[in-house]
Design a protein around this ligand. Structure first.
Ligand SMILES: [Zn+2]
Length: 321
């Protein structure tokens, strides 16, 4: 691995040009490390479940403003990510599946006639980062937070390894526009990247943010404290668009409610555990406010979310014994 060129001056120019409130991004240098992916060429990978064409899964590329787009998979969208398309090339976030990545590439080729220069992974979970090889094989650089590398290799995920990893923060520049990457606190994995487009005040906040929607299942790869910290941190950003990687676009206000949902679930489960209740009792006694009952996936996930929180609390407390 070797270090990329420091971009201190580029960064200062970005701040001057766009004159936006990005004070939460504290770095002065966008540093990354190049991964020698050739040495992993013969790594073992699982079969790709989305290798075959998927004509029944619609892919859309929706224009938001200026050079900013959003790609969605399925209708209603079950996966999504922001896309930047400039004259110099495109940047896409989380291709999600091989078969849909092929369609997305075709759409960008036909409509914009520019190469995809960067693919950014929001974290090291296969459901979001499948299909990365479609763009990497065509010349794109795949970028991820450094903690994503180990699970991609260790879990034998059938997608591209990152060509570039970063530790805390990194700036990418394409077609005169900047894209800022920030390592979010461990929350939904320890490899989470917030991606911020200062020109559009747009934030990619996959699987941490919500759009009046419950977090997934039993909160896999869950870190409660960091999730609270992450949702609190983004409140400092100036935000016009949020993509949470699923469903519909979200607002900053919705993230305060998302934060409250997690905190209330934590407090309630902790109180029940401290009251001596077993999981079987908690399962029956847990209560949810009406506002959350209207959220997407409430019926599917409210009890599994409770179970995930129960597991977290069980691992992170000690009573009087
Ligand atoms: Zn995930």
């Amino acid at each position: 691995m070797r270090k990329l060129i420091s971009s201190t001056w580029t960064w200062l120019i970005i701040q001057t040009l766009f004159n936006v409130s990005i004070s939460s991004f504290t770095y002065a240098e966008g540093l990354g490390e190049i991964i020698d992916i050739g040495k992993y060429r013969s790594r073992s990978v699982l079969p790709d479940p989305y290798e075959k064409p998927c004509p029944d899964t619609p892919v859309k590329l929706l224009h938001l403003e200026g050079n900013l787009y959003r790609h969605t998979i399925g209708s209603p969208a079950f996966y999504s990510g922001l896309v930047l398309i400039t004259q110099e090339g495109a940047l896409i976030i989380d291709p999600a599946r091989t078969c849909t990545a092929l369609k997305l590439k075709e759409m960008i080729d036909e409509k914009f006639h520019v190469p995809v220069k960067y693919v950014v992974y929001t974290h090291g979970h296969f459901d979001h980062i499948g299909g990365g090889q479609v763009f990497q094989n065509a010349g794109a650089q795949v970028v991820a937070q450094k903690n994503a590398l180990e699970p991609i290799i260790g879990e034998r995920l059938p997608t591209a390894l990152p060509n570039i990893v970063f530790d805390q923060e990194m700036a990418l520049n394409i077609g005169g526009e900047s894209v800022l990457l920030h390592h979010a606190p461990p929350s939904h994995s320890d490899s989470m990247t917030f991606v911020y487009f200062p020109k559009y005040k747009a934030l990619q906040c996959t699987d941490i943010c919500g759009s009046d929607s419950l977090p997934y299942g039993e909160l896999p790869d869950f870190y409660y404290d960091g999730w609270v910290e992450a949702l609190t941190w983004i409140q400092r950003l100036d935000i016009r668009w949020i993509d949470d990687g699923h469903h519909q676009l979200a607002t900053k206000e919705q993230q305060l409610l998302q934060l409250r949902y997690l905190q209330e679930l934590h407090t309630q489960v902790l109180d029940l555990v401290r009251g001596g209740e077993s999981w079987e009792q908690i399962y029956h006694d847990i209560k949810f406010k009406d506002v959350y009952k209207k959220w997407t996936d409430f019926e599917s996930y409210h009890l599994s979310n409770t179970r995930g929180m129960y597991e977290w609390i069980s691992l992170h407390r000690r009573g009087d014994w």
